[in-house]
Design a protein around this ligand. Structure first.
Ligand code: AMP
Ligand code: MG
Length: 403
């Protein structure tokens, strides 16, 4: 059976192989958060565009700036204003952060390091050439590419694009993911379930995580455990870029998803992964589209979404797949697992004495959404080490957006 890392690699390779040229569109920068750049963004001029002071202080000539020297202040420059004169020997100009360093000056001394008496400014320490100045073009040269195609736009990338004049940006169109749940017992979240029915929490989780990841979702509702109707809905799902199905992939008599996909000509890349929960996860290609069959127990659905569907959406969005942000945290308690699988346990991470500490939450197995909703991470227990003592450094996978 594949490890979850191997299964992810297979998803990424298969989806890369399927992805054709991606359509683009132009959007307002302010609406571009999370989108993926289709065209590069370059510097429209040098950055900084002038020799910029990075401190409030006095611009001077480094040659004059021995400790104890007294200089004459001949004016002031605030950010956005120029200065007509030239700083001569034993002269200085008061300068604010972000202002252009005047002609003649080649260093700035911080205001904290001088004593001021009228127009006399006495240095309390020496100043070296270039100090507190970022010279023109030091951050970027005019024309230099700053953001490459494939870059995902977050707040820093957007601020940069905005600073260099990219108020409208060319991005890839969002990939479209169809979401289908299955099960005779499943009813819509707006319905009152009968005593033996369950509301369709999975479709909500699938749609939410798919859109958080950058996809546009299309809801196909819930299919009963009956081949004809299941097939009809799967065929509809195959019209968009990606199909995500929950339920119907285990060993039960009414788990029909794989049967129907096979009839439609699907090639399966895997139909189980060495993880718990989520072991029966299915991934394949059907009519040129990636299809996921995720086990229907809600925690299994969520784990397999995070592990396998997110990288597929990344690739279809025109980006590099985001790495799994696994980190180490101190385990708050001892832990034993038995099966030689990678376990993803609902867990809470908190900061204790400045360091992350993780505790697995009590839970009733992969149907327990109550425990899941108290978690902010998964505690990852690998098959090669199933027994852990309190205080050991364990592996943690944050839940998207919560840590
Ligand atoms: P399955 O993978 O179809 O065997 O379903 C496993 C378990 O998950 C069963 O207890 C189902 O009732 C439950 N389940 C399946 N689909 C959903 C859904 N869409 N929302 C909530 N629970 C579900
Ligand atoms: Mg089912």
């Amino acid at each position: 059976m594949l490890s979850f890392e191997e299964a992810r690699e297979k998803v990424i390779a298969a989806v890369r192989g399927l992805r054709g040229p991606l359509a683009m569109e132009t959007v307002e920068l302010s609406r571009a958060c999370g989108r993926v750049l289709a065209q590069p963004i370059a510097a429209d001029r040098d950055y900084p565009p002038f020799d910029r002071s990075i401190r409030d202080g006095f611009a001077l000539r480094a040659d004059d700036a021995v400790s104890g020297a007294t200089l004459r202040c001949i004016g002031e420059i605030k950010a956005g204003s120029g200065f007509d004169g030239v700083v001569g020997p034993d002269e200085c100009v008061q300068i604010m952060t972000g202002a252009a360093v005047p002609a003649g000056a080649d260093a700035v001394v911080m205001i904290e390091y001088v004593s001021i008496d009228g127009e006399r400014v006495t240095l309390r320490r020496p100043v070296s050439r270039g100090q507190s100045i970022v010279s023109r073009g030091k951050e970027a040269r005019a024309g230099q590419q700053l953001l490459a195609p494939g870059t995902r736009l977050g707040y820093a990338e957007m601020a940069l694009a905005g600073q260099v004049g990219g108020h409208r940006v060319s991005v890839f169109k969002r990939t479209r993911a169809a979401i289908l749940s299955t099960g005779d017992e499943v009813v819509d979240v707006s319905a009152t379930p009968g005593p033996l029915q369950v509301r369709n929490g999975n479709s909500i989780a699938l749609e939410t995580l798919a859109s958080l990841t950058g996809a546009e979702t299309e809801s196909l509702g819930n299919a009963p455990d009956e081949e004809k109707e299941l097939r009809r809905r799967i065929e509809r799902g195959l019209e968009v870029n990606l199909l995500i199905i929950s339920g119907g992939v285990s060993m039960g008599k009414y788990d029909l998803v794989e049967t129907v996909l096979s009839e439609l000509g699907a090639q399966f890349v895997f139909d189980s992964v060495a993880i718990r929960p989520g072991r029966p996860a299915v991934f394949g290609v059907c009519r040129g589209k990636p299809v996921f069959g995720l086990p229907g127990n809600p925690v299994s659905t969520m784990v397999t979404l995070e592990l396998f569907v997110v990288p597929a959406i990344d690739v279809l969005s025109g980006a590099e797949p985001r790495p799994l942000p696994i980190f180490r945290a101190r385990l708050a308690h001892a832990l034993q697992e038995r099966s030689e699988l990678t376990h993803f346990l609902p867990a809470r991470v908190q900061t204790v004495r400045g360091e992350p500490e993780v505790s697995a939450l009590p839970w009733q197995g992969s149907g327990d959404v109550v425990a899941m909703a108290e978690s902010n991470a998964f505690l990852v227990v690998p098959p090669e080490k199933l027994n852990w003592d309190a205080g050991e450094m364990a592996l943690v996978l944050p839940r998207r957006g919560l840590l």
